[in-house]
Design a protein around this ligand. Sequence first.
Ligand code: NAD
Ligand code: UDP
Length: 330
Amino acid sequence: MRSSNQKTVLVTGGAGFLGSHLCDRLLRDGHKVVSLDNFHTGSRLNHLHHASRPDLEVIEADVADPLPYLRVDEIYHLACPASPPHYQESPIRTLKTNLLGAINVLNLSLRSGARVLLASTSEVYGDPLVHPQPEDYFGNVNSFGARACYDEGKRAAEALFHAYAAEKGADIRIARIFNTYGPRMQPDDGRVVSNFVVEALRDQPITIYGDGSQTRSFCYVDDLVEGFVRLMASNVRTPINLGNPGEFSMTKLAAMVVAMTGSHSSVSFMPLPADDPRRRRPDISRAESLLDWRPAVSLEAGLGPTIAYFREVVSGQSPGDRFLPLRSAI
Ligand code: NAD
Ligand code: UDP
């Protein structure tokens, strides 16, 4: 039976790392969920544990193509590769996903009368000259570099959300997500936490790019999903930073991973990729005051279940239900 506050929620990119955790949370909250994905970096297997649930529908589609009409109450728009090696594989495809995807999703939101939330990114601040980064910082972004397809794509998506709200009355929400990690990341995803943990578990050298002094702030996936849900339920139409303000150098992260895995890995230094931001940390005072949201999971606490998950993947076991099967693990 449909309860009065049950909603039908579309999650684009629902088969990816964040999207699949978000789908789980929405199903747990009693909503009907439509996961729309082209399985570029995500996998149908991330929904396998819900295979027989009638309240989850999985649609294979590309957000850059015209979308089917769907009657939904809310849309979380996550579809886009997030890892630098993935989004740099085809910069044109990444730009199309960001630009055409945003237009298609916004038009769908207008037709169905749905509120729509964009998964934007801390990359809109580029290599920031202001630290930590508040939402009213305009950023320091190279429009002509390796990261431009993603950074400028997300900036254009934000601009499209703003334009559709101003001109057509779209009911928008914008989350600027800072580096988020956790179980169900792909072992070959290429982002730093998955790379370091997999390397440590295999006793291979930990590959630090540059001298390792660059910093990031790492948010555990459960905290991020809680922030998504609070932002969607709020009346906040301006961008909101969602991230964990703890700030770590890559050298420190590598040392934590080696210690927590009991690894014998050494450290190997590789060239720093172009335009790699020197430091990054969210100012989350807006999320604290407007959403009453702040992360609860420290990096050390979040690395525990993340390492446990990758240990099963690396040892060739199918991760259990709490982690879910991964494309590369099967
Ligand atoms: P992910 O790569 O695991 O998930 C992205 C999902 O989108 C995948 O399932 C992929 O198949 C799907 N997808 C990609 N292009 C598509 C297209 N054209 N049409 C339909 N589906 C498509 O990455 P993630 O970490 O889960 O990131 C999800 C979203 O959050 C992305 O928009 C990303 O930019 C944003 N974000 C993530 C982080 C993070 O640290 N995880 C940080 C900032 C922003
Ligand atoms: N990084 C690293 N080794 C790796 C992967 C990444 O030292 O194997 C560095 C990368 O250069 C960056 C930081 O870790 O400085 C975070 O990289 P990630 O790709 O996870 O996220 P982003 O750069 O998009 O924030």
